[in-house]
Write a protein that binds this ligand. Structure first.
Ligand code: PEP
Ligand code: MN
Length: 339
């Protein structure tokens, strides 16, 4: 159920509703909005008695939610969520670009790429320290040493660090060195990991699973939010289909589809979405044109020597060109045109 408060409801009115929900043994999720606060209820097995809330001061209405998800929904928060990462945002007016190598390979590599990312005016730096590789014999990342390099990059350039946690212990480490927890496609339904990220203070970038439906993806976000972390950004990174001309099939229709049901920001990953360097810029342009809130893109100073995902990495020159082009496209894509 969802309790919608009146526009003029006071803090005490909201607190009273929260208290009653807690007393019933459920969890209250107050979501302040531009015009009103709504309070989501989770933890209830059966239905909650509407009459219990409707007559309380400050309550406009109590709505039964028939959809499988509650907290990600526009019913709870009609305006878009803006996820704040320090002084940077995802979901606001500015196009959020997250750029960097697939994996942190060395200090020199990370700094060469970070220098270019910083110069381009982009605020987020990506780079994996723990890599989920198909083969156990492939480069697995530098581990904590990689995170230490990322922390140095943050210190040197003020870039916000987005990096993947493969497991719960990894979340502890990302909390120590990073700014945003990336949960990868292969872990989209790792429910204990989702719950752990839900108890973190850091925002979460939740990549769509390799074969996940829209509802499964949104429910994975719901797991994080149900634990109290409302700073979730969805990432479309392509799904597995019969097509063989790309590594994955980038499902750009997912962007307006998410927008229709959820207030959460959504970004596009044209790198994993195609797997091929020559397609990345084209699909990045398209991702911005369909109304995504940003991009996550792999860049390398020497793509031919990359230890992972070299085939899809842009070189620094291609990266600069991409940033210019997608910013120009973003200028002419108004939210109203894609909503
Ligand atoms: C990555 O971002 O490098 C990555 C492994 O992505 P995904 O989980 O989408 O495959
Ligand atoms: Mn990668």
């Amino acid at each position: 159920m969802l309790i919608v408060m009146k526009t003029d409801a006071t803090d005490a009115d909201i607190e009273r509703v929260v208290q009653i929900i807690n007393d019933l043994g459920f969890r209250a999720h107050p979501m302040p909005g531009a015009t009103r606060t709504a309070i989501g209820i989770t933890g209830n097995q059966g239905s909650v008695d509407v009459a219990r809330f409707e007559s309380l001061p400050g309550v406009a209405e109590a709505i039964r939610v028939s959809k499988p998800y509650k907290l990600i929904s526009l019913d709870l928060r009609p305006e878009k969520t803006i996820v704040r990462v320090g002084d940077a945002t995802i979901g606001g007016d500015e196009l959020a670009i997250i750029a960097g190598p697939c994996a942190i390979e060395s200090r020199a590599q990370a700094f060469a790429i970070a220098e270019a990312v910083h110069k381009s005016g982009v605020k987020f730096f990506r780079g994996g320290a723990y890599k989920p590789r198909t083969s156990p014999y492939a480069f697995q990342g530098l581990g904590e040493d990689g995170l230490k390099i990322l922390a140095e990059v943050r210190e040197a350039y003020g870039l916000k660090i987005v990096t993947e946690a493969l497991d719960e212990a990894g979340v502890d480490l990302v909390e120590r060195y990073g700014d945003m927890i990336q949960l990868g496609a292969r872990n989209m339904q790792n429910f204990s990991l989702l719950r752990r990220a839900g108890r973190s203070k850091l925002p979460v970038l939740l990549k769509r699973g390799l074969a996940a439906t829209l509802d499964e993806w949104l429910l994975a976000a719901e797991y994080i939010m149900a634990e109290g972390n409302y700073n979730v950004v969805l990432c479309e990174r392509g799904i597995r289909t019969f097509a063989q001309h790309t590594r994955n099939t980038l499902d750009l229709a997912a962007i307006p589809a998410v927008r229709r049901v959820s207030h959460l920001p959504v970004v596009v990953d044209p790198s994993h979405g195609t797997g091929k360097n020559y397609m990345v810029t084209a699909l990045a342009r398209a991702g911005v044109a369909v109304g995504s809130d940003g991009l996550i893109v792999e860049v390398h100073d020497q793509p031919e020597r990359a230890l992972s995902d070299g085939a899809q990495a842009l070189n620094l020159k291609q990266y600069d060109q991409l940033v210019q082009e997608v910013r120009a496209i973003h200028e002419v894509v108004t939210p109203a045109a894609v909503g």
